[in-house]
Design a protein around this ligand. Sequence first.
Ligand SMILES: NC(=O)c1ccc[n+]([C@@H]2O[C@H](COP(=O)([O-])OP(=O)(O)OC[C@H]3O[C@@H](n4cnc5c(N)ncnc54)[C@H](OP(=O)(O)O)[C@@H]3O)[C@@H](O)[C@H]2O)c1
Length: 327
Amino acid sequence: MKAIVREGRGKDLSNMKVRELPEPKPQKGQVIVKMAAARINPADLSLMKGMPGLKFTSPQIGGIDGAGTILESGDGTSPWKAGDKVFVYRKFSDIGTWAEKISIPSDWIAKIPESMELRSAGSISLNLTTAYDCLQELQPETGEKILIHGAGGGVGFMAILLSKAMGLRIFANCSSRDFEKLKQAGISNLIDYKRENFEDVLREEKMDYILDVIGGDTLIRSIRMKPKVVVSTAYSEVNKLHKAGIEFPAILKWIMKLVMSKYPKTAREHSVELIGQITGPNGKLTNQASALISPFASLVKTGILLSIEQIEKEGFPAKSLGNVISF
Ligand SMILES: NC(=O)c1ccc[n+]([C@@H]2O[C@H](COP(=O)([O-])OP(=O)(O)OC[C@H]3O[C@@H](n4cnc5c(N)ncnc54)[C@H](OP(=O)(O)O)[C@@H]3O)[C@@H](O)[C@H]2O)c1
């Protein structure tokens, strides 16, 4: 079978090459999935660079998420059957979805809504779970107000659909080129981050929650708006790294905590609860999120597709972040 493997580190995907590998054999507690599609996520670029404490296998197949169809349901201990269409999502310590077939623990996968196109599902798996994990932390009530940064991007747009399903009042801060997509999702409170300051636009609106995926100045300014809770995927709480299978050495955890200390410090000064979110594969969470966004399945678009054959011939395009590999 064809697979995209890591042949050296780099800051982009130029060292990821298409190779012929033996097909995976079913292992205990795992299912075999015929992959349909997998998004190129920011995490994939981090993985190309390598991370302290992260060991790669040889050959190392790339990719952390995607979607496909179950070919073999394993040792009979899982509820899955051949033909089921599923989201797949792996840990950083066990990546490998960029292949025609993969073997994956049965509790890391989740059911795709029937109304959703398989390739579209492959473009949202990690982001759907991450956005839901963030919103679960907030436990919002119907009618409460949420500001979502990066609302047109991977995590942000899933947070938009989930917040819609939860009946929240949504304010979206994003690039103006995503306005149309957000309007189609019924979002009318739109802020163009390149032209407007979200604090100025929302001067008269007290937010209950802010969901941030940008970090830096955006996260600090969000905390200063004094919502009840700010949850951010760009601020990492070191005690949650294990969820994604990341095991940093103690010294690195200490440095990370130090570098990020400005965020909790600002939160304490403004009496705001700040949650740094790290998400890992969790089939139960993804199933709940999948059921919630099911009515909005048609709003999930696949985006730019790159076939594995095209990548084999031409390599990855220079700007392929957010594109979706099709198998
Ligand atoms: N902690 C976790 O477990 C976890 C999981 C998934 C992702 N993440 C992290 O979350 C972040 C977002 O991931 P993603 O896949 O959603 O990325 P993405 O698809 O690139 O989306 C980011 C979006 O933010 C917009 N944006 C950029 N600067 C902005 C600003 N100042 N204000 C408002 N919007 C802005 C971008 O618009 P433009 O098109 O104008 O650039 C883009 O649409 C990444 O850092 C990723 O590593 C963390």
